[in-house]
Design a protein around this ligand. Structure first.
Ligand code: CMP
Length: 140
């Protein structure tokens, strides 16, 4: 089914200057960028985005990392977009990520793991709305 998912290129990957290489992987897999912006998140924005992880032991480190530099945020649209993006990303921990995935190729650690992607269609809608008003998402 045609889906949308929320993708974030994290501060480590932006600093490595691989935004274009990661976009190319989305495009080659048939995912279209339908909204995008670069943003240096505030602490409040990062905490709100990751609110589901608030009680996890890694929450504070995750928020500090996500505000350590600008991120590139995009909504991706395509057939089966949520799962397709997760397959492109690879496992959360780059040590477990399959060869050829974004995290295997660009991530350094479970914290600095290059990209975020929505884990379900339901969360995708919530996460896209968190960063983009509906008028800034361009169906194509
Ligand atoms: P992300 O997909 O952005 O969602 C939450 C992030 O927390 C995750 O990627 C990791 O970068 C980070 N994280 C750090 N430690 C863990 C952990 N033990 N389990 C899951 N995520 C973790």
């Amino acid at each position: 089914a045609l889906e949308r998912t929320l993708s974030i290129i994290k501060p480590d990957a932006v600093a490595k200057n691989v935004v274009g290489e990661i976009y190319t992987r989305f495009e080659k897999a048939g995912l279209k960028v339908v909204a995008a912006k670069m943003k240096h998140l505030s602490k409040q924005e990062a905490e709100g985005f990751y609110a589901v992880h608030r009680e996890r032991p890694f929450f504070a480190a995750l928020v500090e990392f996500m505000i350590s530099g600008p991120v590139m945020i995009q909504a991706l649209q395509g057939d089966n977009a949520v799962l397709k993006n997760r397959e492109l990303m690879g496992a959360t921990n780059p040590k477990d990520a399959a060869p050829g995935t974004i995290r295997a190729d660009f991530a350094d650690s479970i914290d600095a793991n290059a990209v975020h992607g929505s884990d379900s269609l339901e969360n995708a809608a919530i996460e896209i709305a968190y960063f983009f008003p509906a008028t800034d998402v361009y169906a194509r």
